[in-house]
Design a protein. Structure first.
Length: 359
């Protein structure tokens, strides 16, 4: 009998401009007692901004500022969990992540590790978490990754970059307030938004496609085109990109990503290139795999006058290039989704080398 995956979805979600101001009321019912704080992990880009005064702090609630300069690491999760356990007598009532994919993923991982033994790296993989995580809330401030809706938290560990994929990873509550994305710099808006666009291309052209993924992927794709090729008012564009991210995330939940993500993981592992820009750097050279997607991507780049950096891989040693290729080819389900069961006949080390050398 074919076994279908049984996935959790985010059980509660608020959407709307200014909805951030409902956070206090939402958290009130989740507070265990006055010694069990709410811990807010906030992207440090907001330090000193009016948003901080709007965080509904009571009792011994605490704000921890997080730099999104680097992508989350398992050791960083372990250190933050240690600090929270040390600083408070009681387990927190909840963890609230306010930021982009980096902060959202950290919030998910910390809520898991506050109730699970050992190190975050022990749980990188599929369904290794056995204990329910602490109540956790995701509040995106930039749109595209779909991290707000996915059941994974992507972490760089001692020997691999891999998600903690589990039913306990998914947020208990998400608050989507498009106003929070107002200050995102244009290049970053493009790179993170293209993460969503690329999720759609990879899901919709993949061999794992099914009606569930297609229904979300098509909607997300339509929204991305409106945002990046249309002429929307800024507030409408923020609303639509936030919903595109959500639908794009839902689309890959029941399928898989593909070539751009597999190759971007290699770039990230060896050079620390961040997810959004890494996907763009790779995707521009993938006409062979995604002809229509790459054409649309280039139109979007042109419309917004985006210039991607060049020469990223030119100085790489043969050893580094080999590591990059091995990390990428290690992402089997992504390749299989993109190219089918016989993917190894097409995705050869030589093929990847020729693509990487263009970046
Ligand atoms: P990010 O969180 O790294 O943030 C990018 C930059 O934008 C940072 O400098 C940040 O400070 C800034 N920023 C965020 N919001 C802002 C705002 N409102 N105003 C001004 N600046 C703002 O970027 P991202 O692309 O959202 O996330 C990338 C991370 O997400 C990676 O670690 C990747 O692995 C992860 N990811 C996770 C999933 C998942 O399903 N869990 C999916 C895709 C990507
Ligand atoms: Zn992605």
């Amino acid at each position: 009998m074919k076994k279908y995956r049984n996935f959790p979805m985010v059980p509660k979600v608020v959407f709307g401009q200014g909805s951030f101001d409902q956070l206090g009321e939402i958290l009130l019912t989740k507070r265990k007692h006055s010694d069990a704080p709410m811990i807010f992990l906030v992207d440090d880009v907001f330090e000193g901004t009016p948003l901080i005064d709007r965080i509904p702090l009571i009792f011994n609630d605490h704000v921890i500022f997080i730099s999104a300069e680097e992508e989350p690491k398992t050791v960083q999760v372990d250190a933050l969990v240690h600090k929270i356990k040390n600083d408070f007598n009681d387990l927190p009532s909840g963890i609230i992540g306010i930021g982009g994919g980096t902060v959202l993923d950290l919030a998910k991982a910390i809520s898991i590790m506050l109730t699970s033994k050992g190190h975050a790296s022990d749980y990188q993989g599929w369904d290794l978490v056995q204990t329910p995580s602490l109540y956790h809330v995701g509040i995106p401030t930039i749109s595209g990754t779909g991290a707000e809706v996915s059941r994974t938290t992507v972490l760089l560990g001692p020997d691999k970059k891999l998600g903690i994929n589990s039913d306990y990873t998914t947020f208990d509550q998400v608050l989507l307030d498009p106003d929070l994305t107002r200050g995102v710099p244009k290049n970053q808006w493009f790179y993170t938004g293209m993460d969503c666009f690329i999720h759609c291309v990879e899901s919709l052209t993949g061999t794992y496609l099914n009606a569930f993924s297609q229904s979300y992927g098509e909607k997300a794709m339509e929204l991305c085109k409106e945002v990046y090729l249309g002429d929307l008012m800024p507030c409408e564009a923020r609303d639509k990109l936030m919903m595109a991210s959500w639908h794009g995330g839902m689309s890959i939940a029941y399928s898989q990503v593909g070539v751009a993500h597999a190759m971007s993981y290699g770039l990230s592992y060896v050079l620390g290139v961040k997810h959004g820009i890494g996907n763009c750097l790779v995707f521009q050279h993938l006409e062979e795999f995604y002809p229509k997607g790459v054409e649309t991507f280039k139109q979007m780049m042109h419309k917004h006058d985006i210039k991607l950096p060049m020469g990223i891989c030119t100085e790489l040693s043969e050893t580094d290039l080999d590591t990059m290729i091995n990390v990428s080819l290690g992402m089997k389900p992504l390749w299989e989704n993109a190219l089918g069961k016989e993917w190894r006949n097409v995705a050869t080390p030589e093929k990847l080398k020729s693509i990487y050398s263009k970046i």
